[in-house]
Design a protein around this ligand. Structure first.
Ligand SMILES: NC(=O)c1ccc[n+]([C@@H]2O[C@H](COP(=O)([O-])OP(=O)(O)OC[C@H]3O[C@@H](n4cnc5c(N)ncnc54)[C@H](O)[C@@H]3O)[C@@H](O)[C@H]2O)c1
Length: 355
């Protein structure tokens, strides 16, 4: 039986081991109703922070945060961050104003659709969230002298050659600027450039985290949503064919959500991460075929593996160098893939039974 509260307490235990507490901080989380954002909100609320979750519910779900709505220290704002919003003002000609929140300590900008299926369906919204949205979120940090935190992505590395895998933060990337994934890859790169400009010109304190594939409870599921682990689990639990792209020899490395959220909040906390770009992922690289076989085994499924054409510009290999994360924020992933998948499958069973 999946126990979310136990997982949140595990994150808090790991943070408090390093004396990390966000109580009494006022924290804006854009994208707070999404997969990762809602885990962040849960931890912040539990630690006694005042958490403002700003989300337009485009790829997130109200179900992820509904249990927080009656908490005194939680506030939900249904807003698109690519449109301006001002805190502590009652009137501004350029955008929405939230007058009663006068001070924000930390801005965590996480709002962006992130599934490959959405890259072709909603490219403009993705571009806006990471460019205009990042600019608006930086404007809030500037006005409040707040710390700024950005969830960038391993996708900014594009399709690196073998010589650049495992990939360090110093690798500039090999990205197609006009391909089907460019709305995501290039807008995240532009988001990073916005942050560097605000650091330089406005002396903003900022941290950029490049997240590698993360999975776990609350990830969007169903065959349509394009992320490999939820797709495979959904197919396996329903004894449907597991659809592997290409021959399945392409690699990925997967981080369990508890490890990832611990790392994200350690990055927010540690001053050593200020002004830095840090990879956050797992350096256990495996092929997609190995992943499919593992999920079939863990679900006791009768599914067979079938092959679909490889999507254009799909990266051949993904694996991070984690030296900076270990050194600057005292973090490394600790959950074995089998264990993370086992818990994720439990969660899937519970929600698929509800449907
Ligand atoms: N999960 C991963 O494996 C992964 C990998 C790399 C990077 N990231 C980054 O982490 C962040 C969170 O990703 P996630 O996996 O939780 O995705 P998600 O789709 O579950 O969450 C994104 C949230 O942002 C909201 N959103 C999107 N556009 C918005 C806008 N313009 N204004 C307000 N809200 C908006 C969505 O409704 C959703 O709640 C994203 O920035 C994503 O690019 C995630």
């Amino acid at each position: 039986m999946y126990d979310h509260e136990k997982e949140i307490q595990e994150i808090i235990k790991r943070l408090e081991k390093e004396s990390i507490k966000f109580n009494e901080k006022i924290i804006l989380v854009t994208g707070g109703a999404g997969f990762l954002g809602s885990w962040i909100c849960d931890v912040l609320i539990e630690q006694g922070a005042y958490c403002i979750c700003l989300d337009n519910l485009s790829s997130g779900s109200f179900d992820n945060i509904s249990h927080l709505m009656d908490k005194k220290n939680f506030r939900f704002l249904n807003h698109d961050i690519s449109k301006p919003i001002y805190f502590g003002l009652t009137n501004h000609p350029m955008g929405i104003c939230v007058g009663d929140i006068e001070k924000i300590d930390i801005v965590m900008h996480m709002a962006s659709r992130a599934s490959p299926f959405e890259f072709t369906k909603f490219p403009i919204s993705i571009l806006k969230s990471n460019t205009l949205g990042t600019m608006n979120a930086l404007g809030i940090a500037k006005a409040h002298n707040a710390l700024f935190f950005y969830t960038s992505t391993s996708e900014i590395y594009g399709n690196p050659p073998d010589s650049a895998v495992p990939t360090p933060e110093t690798y500039f990337g090999h990205v197609n600027p006009v391909g089907p994934r460019s709305c995501y890859d290039e807008s995240k790169r532009a988001g990073e450039a916005f942050i560097k400009a605000y650091e330089l010109q406005h002396k903003i304190k900022a941290k950029i985290i490049r997240i590698f594939n993360t999975y776990g409870p609350r990830i969007r599921y169903g065959a349509l949503f394009g992320r490999v682990i939820p797709n495979f689990i959904h197919q396996a639990l329903n004894d449907k064919d597991i659809t592997v792209f290409g021959d399945g020899s392409q690699t990925r490395s997967f981080t369990y959500v508890v490890d990832e959220v611990e790392g994200l909040l350690k990055a927010v906390h540690f001053n050593a991460a200020n002004g830095e770009v840090i990879n956050l992922g797992n350096d256990n690289e495996l092929t997609i075929l190995e992943l499919a076989e593992l999920i079939i085994e863990l679900t006791n499924s009768n599914s067979k593996i079938t092959h679909n054409p490889l999507p254009i510009d799909d990266p051949v290999r993904r694996c991070p160098v984690l030296e900076k994360a270990k050194r600057l924020i005292k973090w490394k992933p600790t959950t074995p893939l089998k264990e993370g998948l086992r818990v994720t499958i439990e969660w899937f069973k519970s929600i698929e039974n509800e449907d």
